[in-house]
Write a protein that binds this ligand. Structure first.
Ligand SMILES: [Fe+2]
Ligand SMILES: [Fe+2]
Length: 461
C-alpha cells in the first residue's frame, strides 16, 4: 500500500496531486500573463490561485523541484508513475531558455514569479542564460538551470530513474532484434553505454538503481545492470574511456544467447533439472555465434558473451580444452553477473540484501571469481551501497546516500523513520564515518528489503 501523501525533497507531507495542480496553475499563469495585461482579472485570478497553492506546499516542504525531460516535467522525490506532469501548453518557454531543472524554495514571492514569467516570455539574447538573468533580477527562491552543467541538481535522482527506465526499454528493443533477426542496433547500444559512462562521471545515479526490484523485464534489467556494474569496475580500475565503452557494449550484449533459450526455462522459479541446465548452458556459445555474424560487433563483445560463465579456476562453461584465464572484461562481467543474479534469487525465492550478496560472492573468491577483482568490487559497491535501506542499531530506518572507501560499514545515511517505524517529517542526515561523540555507538544493524517496510529508497536519494 502506498502512503497517501508523498515527499517533496524528502518531506512526507505534500501529495503529488497538490504539487501537480500547483505546477499546472504555474503554467496557466505563465500563459495568461503572455496574453493579458498585468491588471486583467484572468491574470490576477491565476496569480492568486498560484500563491495560495505555493503557500500550502511550503507549509510542509522546503523545496518543490522538477526536471524538464522532453515534453514533461518530472517531480523530484516522487516515485515513477506519480511524478510525471504533462502540460497542455507544452514547455516551449523552458526549452527556449535551455532550462532542464526548476526548483522553488520556501520564501518565494509573487514578485519573483513575475520575474520568472517576464523572463520566459522573451527569447534569450546571445549568450544570456536564465540563472544569471534571475539572479540579476534579485530572484532568490527560484533555481533554474541545466542538469549536466549545473552541479548536483536537486532532481538528478528523478532523471536517473527516468534514464534507467528508458535504457531498459532500449535494451529490450536491442535484444528483441537480436533474437528475431540476428541483428543489433549498435548505435543504440553505444548510446546506452555512453549514457552509463557519462552518468558515472556526473553523479553516478544509475548504479544505485541496479538493486531495484523487477520481475517482469528481468533479462533487460539484468543486462543493463551488468553493463552499469562492469563499466563502474573498469572505470575505478582506471581503464581509459575508449576501453570503458567497448567493455560496456560487451557487458550489455553478454546474454545475447538467452534470446535462443526457451523463456520458460529462464523464468523457471525453482531449480532446473540437469537436462534443463544443459540447455541453458548453451547460451554463451549461442550468443557468441550470433554476435560473430554481425559485422559491427567487435571481438571483445563476442569473447565476453562466450566467456562470462567461465570460472576463475578453469571450471564453468563452455568447457575449456586448455586451462586459461578469461579476458579481464569477461572476469569483470562475471562478477557483475553474479551479483545481479543474486538479485533475482531475491525476486523468486528469498530476500537477499546487498551485504548478504557480497558475503555469498566472497565464498566464490578464487574459485568462481577473480579474488583481486572481487575485493575491488566489494570496495566499490560497499556492503551497504548507495540506495540501500538499512536499520540502525537504535531501530531507526535510513537510506544510504553516500559510501566512503575504507569505511564499508559506515556510510553517510538519511534517517527516514523513528525507532518505532514512524516516518519523520524531515529526514535526518548522519555521516556514520564522521559520527559525533553522542552517536558514536550508532551503527548499521542490518540491510533491509524496502518492500518489507514499503519505502522506495530511490526516491530519497
Ligand atoms: Fe549468462
Ligand atoms: Fe547474465
Amino acid at each position: 500500500m502506498k502512503p497517501a501523501t508523498l515527499p517533496v525533497e524528502g518531506v512526507p507531507r505534500v501529495g503529488a496531486e497538490t504539487v501537480r495542480a500547483c505546477l499546472g496553475h504555474l503554467f496557466t499563469a505563465l500563459h495568461r500573463t503572455a496574453l493579458y495585461p498585468p491588471d486583467h482579472p484572468a491574470v490576477l485570478d491565476a496569480a492568486a490561485a498560484l500563491s495560495a497553492e505555493f503557500g500550502e506546499i511550503f507549509r510542509y516542504a522546503e523545496t518543490l523541484a522538477a526536471a524538464v525531460v522532453d515534453d514533461q516535467l518530472l517531480l523530484s522525490g516522487y516515485p515513477q508513475g506519480e511524478n510525471e506532469i504533462r502540460l497542455p501548453g507544452g514547455l516551449h518557454d523552458l526549452h527556449r531558455w535551455s532550462i532542464e531543472h526548476l526548483a522553488f524554495t520556501r520564501g518565494l514571492t509573487a514578485v519573483e514569479l513575475d520575474q520568472l514569467f517576464a523572463l520566459l516570455h522573451r527569447r534569450p539574447a546571445g549568450g544570456e542564460d536564465a540563472t544569471t538573468c534571475l539572479t540579476r533580477a534579485g530572484v532568490d527562491h527560484i533555481r533554474v538551470g541545466r542538469l549536466a552543467t549545473g552541479g548536483k541538481a536537486p532532481v538528478a535522482e528523478t532523471v536517473g530513474i527516468h534514464l534507467y527506465r528508458q535504457a531498459v526499454n532500449e535494451v529490450a528493443a536491442i535484444y528483441q532484434q537480436l533474437g528475431d533477426h540476428h541483428q543489433a542496433d549498435l548505435g543504440q547500444a553505444r548510446q546506452i553505454v555512453s549514457a552509463v559512462v557519462d552518468d558515472q562521471q556526473h553523479g553516478n545515479q544509475l548504479q544505485a538503481l541496479t538493486w531495484l526490484k523487477s520481475h517482469d523485464d528481468y533479462t533487460y534489467t539484468h543486462v543493463l545492470n551488468v553493463c552499469i556494474l562492469t563499466v563502474a569496475q573498469a572505470r575505478t580500475l582506471g581503464l581509459p574511456e575508449k576501453r570503458l565503452n567497448a567493455i560496456g557494449i560487451a557487458a550489455l550484449l553478454h546474454d545475447t544467447g538467452k534470446c535462443f533459450i526457451p523463456p520458460e526455462l529462464l523464468r523457471k522459479p525453482g531449480k532446473l533439472t540437469p537436462a534443463e541446465f544443459e540447455v541453458v548452458k548453451q547460451h554463451p556459445a549461442l550468443g557468441a555465434k550470433v554476435l560473430r555474424t554481425i559485422p559491427e560487433v567487435d571481438d571483445l563483445t563476442v569473447l565476453v558473451a562466450y566467456e562470462h560463465h567461465m570460472r576463475f579456476d578453469g571450471s564453468g562453461y563452455p568447457a575449456r580444452a586448455h586451462p586459461r584465464l578469461p579476458n579481464l572484461a569477461s572476469r569483470l562481467c562475471t562478477i557483475a553477473d553474479y551479483y545481479d543474479a543474486l538479485r533475482t534469487i531475491r525476486s523468486y525465492k528469498q530476500e537477499i540484501t546487498p551485504d548478504e550478496a557480497l558475503r555469498i560472492m566472497s565464498q566464490g573468491a578464487g574459485t568462481v571469481l577473480d579474488p583481486l577483482l572481487l575485493r575491488h568490487f566489494v570496495e566499490m559497491v560497499g556492503l551497504y551501497p548507495r540506495g540501500c535501506l538499512v536499520q540502525l542499531t537504535d531501530g531507526r530506518i535510513a537510506v544510504v546516500v553516500a559510501t566512503h572507501t575504507g569505511f564499508a560499514t559506515r556510510p553517510a545515511i538519511r534517517v527516514l523513520t523513528d525507532a518505532t517505524g514512524g516516518r519523520l517529517t524531515q529526514p535526518v542526515e548522519i555521516d556514520l564515518a564522521a559520527s559525533h561523540a553522542n552517536d558514536r555507538e550508532l551503527s548499521i544493524a542490518r540491510a533491509i528489503d524496502p518492500y518489507t517496510v514499503e519505502i522506495a529508497p530511490e526516491t530519497y536519494l
